[in-house]
Design a protein around this ligand. Structure first.
Ligand SMILES: [Zn+2]
Length: 885
């Protein structure tokens, strides 16, 4: 059996079970941002560097929150790349700069530069016009991290930063990673180990613009018709340069903070390179799509950062056309700014004048989080000590005091290599979601009297209050004691909802174990399980940045699984239950073992790992020779445990019923409950209820090669009973067995119909013991073909007929009641069990022909989830002049 067959069987089974659900949206599967919903909506504050954590469900930071100018709703930054030759750039840019100056006298363009003479006259003329000269590395390496030479990568960045600071009156603020629009060049390792530090000359930047943002139809706020081309292709996804391009976020056109000290200004898809690669240079369709991206940015009140080049991929008059469009359509609503201006406005109007980095380049602790769950980010600041809540109705900020400490206070005092430590490791403050109302809480020290020790503050009634109900919080007892040698008040734990109940547990590093505390009956209790194999939350040396531990929901059951990997060892465990924790080992071993997970950290430092598209990706100086410049392992590969791998030749582990239930997502208003699971049933593909509430289930246990691998039939029909009336079935009887690949079951008066090619059987339980006493063919002659393509269905029509899906195999069918025969090639069919009558009808359905309340019939096949069979055969057949398919 191949994996494809197995998955096909799973899918086949679920379609049977979910037959009553109107809609199952597979496109919702594992949006990476769902990691940050419910109990884990704040964990991004306390995770190792992840440049891709935002997305559609993440709280917005709309332009009116930070731009500081009445009437401005969206911002455009034009950032041209690769500058070495100012004369060439002047020739290309001049019409663009002049057009921008017509708006308000400023030439708001940022030039991402590799090398330039700091005293070049053209450069200083540009700066007087409003242009900023920003950073793109000295020698443009693609990828920047390569040749197993980390210091070389650091140098090309640092030297470029220093050079741009040498330009008189220049305000370099922002970096762009070379080739970020065409290759997987950005890496968390870059932000964690290079960007977050200073150059030897003491320079540093405030922002980056390397991550690509894609608008998709998943965002209900966007007009759906603007997200597809006329041929049905996704308007923006079509520009993604190759399937494994992982440098993207979706439906989040706003600035966001990476690792505490870097503003990310995401670039809009398409860049001019992506566009010329798809449909030739200078294509007018590119400009049309950029205009639509601008329209959608205005809808979202966001920010659009455009990547372009003077390399013949887009003409300067096309850029001017886009500016004309923005000005004519939106006027003052859309503002053109440089990266320096954006950074300045964020500092002044969002962060009370306190930038993300202080004048020494250290972190100013500004926490951006949605305190009141209104979908907009709020700000919690230490300096000045205010908490600012965005009032979305009035479009204003309201302030309340911040009574606790934020940041890395003790490290500042010790002054030891502060810049070598990532912003999340040595924090005083830890944010979480706790309590029945899912309030935001923070564990920290009092601002005015730190000697009181660690307290839990709760955000309630628009202000911070010391939490009186949770005084048993572990850290209130022993904040500075213990075996760990750690500087004073640093929080040795994090909040995280590991069991998926909507509120956080508290995970605390104690000696070599991470103990998990949870709220039970208003008290914090040790839950009795720990992170496996002594993997640490934080590196043992507090000057390091990464222990290699990550939480991620690998099997999509709503609970946090553990993936851990460093230079010497690795492991992955599934969260099993709130009683047993991470008890299900997937794999573990030493670095050199087969099946090793790529190193997430090494030497206590961030090694460039992130999660996206159900995959763990790693990009660093050692992965540059691998395909697409990355090392990677998919979640489905991780879910194959080493033991199971040996036993099952690579098949993924099945989910248990609880996990399976949690993994099902349905549209608003629908609910899925578990009514039966194994061992009561196995391999279900179809079911039907009898008038007595019993559930009849067809089980295709012989799929695909028979129970003996040689075609021996082994399908069954079971009947389930709920003997104690609690709504869950608890008793199961095999009604009929040894059936060849049964596909459908239907209760009909006192009989049971079973579709099992070549027959449609009728069976009867004469003595009421739940077992069939007679089984007879009612119709014969259905072709047997591929087991996934056999007659199935038995849906009741408003005309009192039973309808069947052809299955694609056709056949020449005979009614045993009337002796009548008919061919069913290319047609679905109906039967009447009492009279033995039958007929064909329009449509050819592979599996699952169903109707709505108006007798409109629908069918589908493997590749097409749903067709509507608009006109029934019997209408068409009345007109002999119509030739229908
Ligand atoms: Zn470039």
């Amino acid at each position: 059996m191949t994996i494809a067959d197995f998955q096909c069987k799973l899918r086949y089974g679920w379609i049977g079970l979910l037959g009553l659900l109107a809609w199952l949206d597979s496109s919702q599967a594992q949006d990476p941002l769902d990691r940050h919903t419910a109990g884990n909506r704040l964990t991004y504050l306390d995770e190792p560097c992840d440049p891709y954590y935002v997305g559609q469900s993440f709280p917005k930071l709309i332009t009116p929150q930070w731009v500081g100018e009445q009437g401005v709703e969206a911002v455009v930054t034009l950032a041209i790349d690769d500058m070495r030759d100012p004369a060439h750039y002047e020739a290309y840019l001049r019409p663009i700069l002049d057009r921008l100056k017509e708006i308000d006298g400023r030439a708001a363009v940022s030039i991402m530069t590799n090398q330039v003479d700091p005293n070049d006259e053209q450069v200083s003329r540009w700066i007087r016009e409003g242009v900023t000269i920003d950073v793109h590395t000295i020698d443009h390496p693609c990828p920047c991290l390569q040749d197993s030479n980390f210091e070389q990568s650091r140098k090309t960045y640092n030297d470029c930063v220093d050079l741009m600071f040498e330009i008189p009156d220049n305000r370099p603020t922002t970096f762009r990673m070379p080739c970020c629009d065409s290759l997987n060049t950005p890496s968390p390792r870059f932000w964690s180990e290079i960007f977050n530090r200073k150059t030897a000359n003491g320079h540093f930047l405030h922002g980056d613009s390397s991550v690509f943002q894609v608008f998709t139809p998943d965002d209900p706020e966007l007009p759906a018709d603007s997200l597809r081309n006329e041929d049905g292709r996704l308007r923006f996804d079509k520009y993604i340069p190759f399937p494994s391009f992982a440098n993207t976020i979706r439906n989040y056109p706003y600035p966001y903070v990476i690792d505490g000290v870097c503003w990310e200004f995401p670039c809009m898809v398409p860049s001019d390179w992506q566009a010329q690669s798809l449909h030739q240079p200078n294509n007018p369709l590119t400009v049309e799509d950029m205009k639509v991206a601008l329209d959608l940015t205005v809808v979202k009140k966001g920010m659009m950062n455009l990547v372009f080049h003077p390399h013949g991929w887009i003409r300067n008059d096309q850029m001017v056309e886009l500016i004309d469009y923005a000005v004519e359509k939106y006027g003052k609503k859309v503002k053109f700014l440089t990266f320096a201006e954006v950074t300045e406005r964020l500092n002044q109007n969002l962060l009370s004048g306190t930038p993300l980095r202080d004048e020494q380049g250290r972190e100013n602790p500004n926490r951006l989080l949605d305190l009141n769950e209104d979908g907009y980010l709020d700000v919690v600041q230490a300096e000045p000590p205010v908490t600012r809540i965005w009032n979305a109705t009035d479009q204003t900020w309201m302030e309340t005091p911040t009574p606790f400490q934020l940041g890395r206070a003790m490290l500042k005092k010790t002054a030891m290599n502060w810049e070598y430590s990532s912003s999340y490791v040595n924090r005083v403050d830890r944010f979480g979601v706790v309590g029945p109302d899912h309030d935001v809480v923070v564990s920290s020290l009092s601002r005015t009297d730190p000697s009181v020790g660690r307290q839990l503050y709760r955000f309630q009634d628009s202000q911070w209050q010391i939490d009186a109900t949770l005084q048993s919080f572990p850290l209130t007892k022993s904040s500075t004691k213990g075996d760990e040698v750690l500087p004073g008040p640093i929080a040795r734990g994090i909040f995280r909802d590991v069991d998926g109940d909507g509120q956080c547990e508290w995970l605390q590093q104690e000696k070599q174990t991470v103990v998990v505390y949870g709220v039970r009956e208003h008290q914090w209790k040790d839950l009795g399980y720990a992170i496996p194999d002594a993997w640490r939350l934080f590196p043992s040396d507090w000057r390091l940045t990464d222990s290699g531990l990550r939480f991620i929901d690998l099997n999509q059951d709503g609970q946090e699984d553990v993936v851990a990997s460093d230079g010497s060892r690795f492991g992955a465990w599934l969260f099993d239950s709130p009683e047993t924790g991470w008890a299900r080992l997937l794999r573990k071993g030493q670095r050199s073992d087969e099946g090793a997970i790529p190193p997430v950290a090494r030497g206590g430092r961030n090694n460039g790992a992130w999660f996206q598209k159900d995959t763990l990706w790693v990009q660093n100086e050692d992965t540059a020779r691998l395909p697409d410049l990355v090392d990677r392992v998919t979640f489905s590969d991780l879910l194959v445990s080493q033991d199971t791998e040996k036993k099952n030749q690579g098949l993924p582990l099945p989910r248990d019923s609880e996990a399976g239930l949690k993994s099902i997502r349905v549209a608003l208003g629908f609910e899925v409950e578990l009514v039966a699971a194994d061992p009561l049933i196995a391999d279900p593909v179809a079911f039907d209820w009898g008038p007595d509430g019993r559930l009849w289930v067809a089980e295709m246990s012989d799929y695909p090669l028979g129970v003996d691998g040689q075609g021996q039939p082994g399908g069954r029909v079971r009947v389930l009973k709920d003997t104690d009336g609690d709504g869950q079935y608890d008793h199961s009887t095999i009604f009929a067995d040894n059936l060849p690949y049964p596909t459908g079951v239907k209760v009909w008066r006192d009989r049971i119909l079973i579709s099992t090619a070549p027959d449609l059987l009728v069976a009867k339980d004469a003595d009421g013991d739940g077992r069939a006493d007679s089984i007879e063919p009612l119709f014969r002659g259905f072709a047997e073909g591929n087991q996934q393509h056999r007659v199935n269905g038995l849906r009741y029509g408003l005309d009192h007929r039973l309808y069947l899906a052809n299955g694609d195999s056709g056949g020449h069918v005979t009614s045993t009641v009337t002796g009548e025969s008919m061919g069913i090639g290319g047609r679905d069919l109906w039967v009447h069990p009492d009279t033995g009558a039958m007929g064909t009808t329009s449509g050819q359905t592979q599996f699952g022909r169903n109707r709505d309340d108006w007798q409109h019939w629908f069918g589908g096949n493997n590749s097409n989830p749903m067709w509507h069979y608009v006109i029934e055969d019997h209408y068409l057949a009345r007109n002999p002049h119509v030739n229908y398919p």
